[in-house]
Structure formats: C-alpha cells, structure tokens
Design a protein around this ligand. Sequence first.
Ligand code: TXA
Ligand code: MG
Length: 318
Amino acid sequence: MHFENLVSGSASALLSGSLIAFPTETVYGLGADALNQDAIMRLYKVKARPTDHPLIVHISSMERLDQWAEKIPDYAMELARTFWPGPITLILSRTNLAKDFITGNQDSVGIRVPSHPLASALLTEFEGQGGLGVAAPSANRFGKVSPTTADAVVEELSDYLSPIDLILDGGTCEVGVESTIINCTEDIPGILRPGAVTATMISNLIGLEVNQIATGSNKSTIKAPGLLQSHYAPMAKVFLSTTPNLGDGFIALSDIPTPPGAIRLASPKNNKEYAQFLYQALRLADTKQLPNVIVIPPTGDDLAIAICDRLEKCTYKS
Ligand code: TXA
Ligand code: MG
C-alpha cells in the first residue's frame, strides 16, 4: 500500500475505534483515539494493564498543547520548544479534554510529540481528520519488555488484537528506551522516568535544579512508572554483574569479552547503541529460551542512567 494511503487509512481507523501500533523514536506505541472511551478500554484489555495507570497522549506539535494542558509553567514551555518533537513526555495540569479514563483519575495528563516520521505523519493526518490526540502506551503486555521493532509488537500483541486493528512497521526504533517523563506540575521539574533527555540536559537548559527521583509529593499522588517490583522484564531471569553459568545469556559493551560458556546477546559499542539494542537482546534471550541473562550495566551520566533504571526494574527478585 502507498505510504499516504496507509497513513490516512490508519488515521481514519483510529477515529473509528481501531487500535494502531506504530513506531516512535523511543519504542513502539499502541495507539487509540484519546477521546474514545471504548477504544481506550479495549487498549487496557489488550495490554492487560490496570486502568489506574495513566496513558500518554501523543500530538503532532506543541501548538496543540493547550487543548490538553493548562497552567503550563514557563520551564515546561521551554522544554517543549527545545526537545519536541522528541523523546520527552511532560506531565501537566489537564484541561477537561483529558478524561479520567486517560489520566487514571489524576488531575494531570502526560503529553508527548514524537519525532519518528511515521508517528508524525499519522498524528498530523489524524488531527487533519478531526482527531485531537492519540493515547499510546508502549505496545507490550503489562510489565513486559517494550517492543522496538514491528516483529516484537506482533510477538507481544497479535493474540490479543482484533481484525480491525493494525501494526505499522517503521523499522527499528532509534532510541530504544522509553521517553524521559518530567513532572511539570510543581515549581521545579521532577524526573519520573529517565530517558534520552537527561536531568543535566534539562537543568542546563532551564537553569533550575531538577528533582531526580520524583516521589509524587503533591496532592494528586503521581503514579510514577515502574514502581512495581517487576517491570520491563523478559521471561529469563536477569542478574546484574554476576558470573554467568554455562548457557546463560550475556549482555555487555563490546569491549567486555564474553565469559566462557555464556551466550552473547548484544555487543553495543557505546551507551547509545546499548539503549537501542537492550530490549531486542532481552527478547532474544526468550526466543532462545535461556533461563538466565547476565547483564553488565553501562556507566556514565548519559543514556546509562535510563538503561540502569530499566535494568534495576527487570532484575530477578527472589
Ligand atoms: O516513549 C514513550 O513514552 C512510549 C512511546 C510509545 O511514546 N510510551 C510509553 O507509555 O512508554 P507507557 O504507558 O508504557 O508508559 C508511560 C508511563 C506510565 O508508566 C504512566 O504511569 C506514566 O507514563 N504516566 C502517564 N501519564 C501520567 C501522569 N498523568 N502522571 C504520572 N505518570 C504518568
Ligand atoms: Mg510501558
């Protein structure tokens, strides 16, 4: 099918209640019309996600931000201007367009403008046809590893989607880990989930200190992502920095040699590649039905922070 037809067909399918999985620069999302409660309820069901976990609303550009959010602090506008389209999500006070079924009954809403060309085209077309926003969590079952290829979405969701739904293929995601989530409902920003845009980049830009671990101290008890024991987890048990046994998977930067008997799952050359291929490597462990994966985490104050955050959440807890 021609690109334009695919995009316009997908946008109108969204408007009539279909779920459309689509690539973003971070991970694949499972999209639904953010105003269509039935579609959103089906989305929660497909993901097996508890309905009090809020969804991020995706829009084509920051021009449409004030439809969804109000009382936007200056620093948030600056973040939007600088990093959108791109891998950050801003948590803001909601307008009444953002219903409880999107926000998990909170007074805030998460908004993101993705940069992947297919995501961008889909959102622009969706808005051109009268849509206002696409809610899109990562296109995985609840608690599992986010998909970074269309094949991984098929693996995760094909048993649960219905014939009116669609999976768009936009190649391998460039960033590979989910967006940085920034709580912008307080005087200073707080990082709820680290990502490619780091706390240092944010504080350098806006000249404000940044809360690194947001605990949701404000009245609405922010539901910080991944507070659960196990998140972003493959079937294999993940251990950090231990010695692998014969037949265990092994993930580390390329300059670290594979220990004898271990099965190398990824050899990223730097932290950027590490982020891009981490989730694929964890999936590969499951495809190969490995019992354990040993991971040597990267170091640094760049993407390493996001990688280590995800690794800590997916490690095996006995
Ligand atoms: O990179 C990403 O952000 C991807 C792509 C598809 O855009 N999306 C994504 O969505 O990771 P999801 O639903 O898998 O993770 C979003 C996290 C959830 O853990 C949710 O709790 C948090 O964002 N979130 C959404 N709205 C929020 C809100 N109003 N307050 C606090 N946290 C919120
Ligand atoms: Mg997710």
